[in-house]
Design a protein around this ligand. Structure first.
Ligand code: SAM
Ligand code: SF4
Length: 332
């Protein structure tokens, strides 16, 4: 593809990575992600699956080479394998990935693999069943472990675990989770909690554990060597001498990755979010509803919108959350 066709923002950053939210709904209620009584969007406000696929196709036609399906929980939508199949065949798409809580992977891993899904990230914050139930409020550890097993069994490679670390809740499990990842040959990334949406279950200022602190815990038992591997985001990856897995630390509070940011998000409502830490967005649902099946109009609107991507973001745990949307609305 010629460079003139590539999607570039106003600061010359190529946009090659789209995180596409399939739904805002979820069968878990993780304490850091949403309140227990979460109000989900009425269905009329969310993208229909055909609209979601059109938007994905427009981005890929504009040079986006990696798409991650996320949510909410993508697997609460029984149409997910259809979405995967439609997107997987798009010319130019190099990687189609999924982020899931793993609860329904036991049911769907096989179908997703057959539909053309390349990679899976699975959230796993605890290996203790009681704690897992507390952190997710509705989740069952054994179902998620079965889901991980199913994804391994059908042949997904480089499966990655995502762990959000909260002080006093699961920070004492960091080493256990790394041991588990090593035993199962799974990559693992630790994520700093982000102030997205207002929650009352805990005080994010008190629960926050920095990537530096988590890295120090891991290094007590497993010496880590930083790599130059990057996905153009807030993750920094490390290797160990005696295991092939990668250990990542995701520090969204730092903004020193903004200069190479290559990604945008589309929410379940079809809002194009240009930056995780800013509210500015463009309504793509209106575009697909006003001009159905018109890929060219959608491409023009996306090109214009990308120019509004801000240069950088700021998160401040000492202030009330400036970002009122929850992570499940954002497309994590
Ligand atoms: N439901 C799927 C899952 O849990 O993997 C996909 C969506 S979830 C919003 C995507 C990721 O965001 C998960 O790894 C989750 O742990 C993380 N997450 C949710 N809320 C967060 C927050 N406030 N700060 C940091 N990470 C968060
Ligand atoms: Fe659901 Fe994922 Fe949010 Fe947990 S982190 S409540 S699984 S969307």
């Amino acid at each position: 593809m010629g460079s003139a066709a590539l999607l570039q923002d106003g600061f010359g950053r190529p946009i090659t990575y789209l995180r596409l939210s399939v739904t805002d709904r979820c069968n878990f209620r993780c304490v850091y992600c949403m309140p227990e009584k979460m109000q989900f969007l009425p269905r009329i406000k969310t993208l229909r699956k055909e609209e979601l696929v059109q938007i994905g196709a427009a981005f890929v036609a504009l040079g986006v080479s990696k798409v991650r399906l996320t949510g909410g929980e993508p697997l609460v939508d029984p149409n997910l394998p259809w979405v995967v199949k439609e997107l997987a065949d798009l010319p130019g798409l190099e990687q189609l990935a999924l982020t899931t809580n793993g609860d329904r992977l036991g049911l769907y891993a096989n179908e997703l693999k057959a539909a053309g899904l390349d990679r899976i990230n699975i959230s796993l914050d605890s290996l203790n069943p009681k704690r897992f139930a507390e952190l997710t409020r509705t989740g069952s550890l054994s179902r998620v472990l079965d889901g991980i097993g199913a994804a391994q069994q059908v042949g997904f490679e480089r499966i990655k675990l995502n762990v959000v670390v909260l002080r006093g809740r699961n920070d004492d499990e960091v080493l256990d989770l790394v041991r588990f990842a090593r035993r199962e040959s799974l990559d693992i990334s630790f994520i700093e909690e982000m102030p997205l949406g207002s929650i009352s279950e805990h005080d994010r200022k008190l629960s926050f554990v920095s990537s530096d602190e988590i890295r120090a815990i891991v290094s007590q038992e497993f010496p880590l060597t930083p790599t130059t591997e990057t996905t153009g985001g807030p993750a920094r990856y490390h290797r160990m001498d005696d295991s092939p897995i990668s250990v990542g630390f995701i520090s969204p509070h730092s903004n020193n990755f903004c200069s190479s940011c290559n990604r945008v998000r589309v929410t379940a409502e079809g809002r194009l979010l240009l930056c995780l830490g800013n509210e500015n967005s463009v309504d793509l649902r209106r575009v697909v509803r006003e001009s159905p099946n018109d890929l060219e109009t959608l491409k023009v609107k996306i090109r214009e919108a990308i120019l509004l991507k801000p240069e950088r973001h700021y998160f401040d745990l000492n202030e009330a959350p400036q970002i009122v949307r929850f992570m499940n609305m954002t497309g994590g």
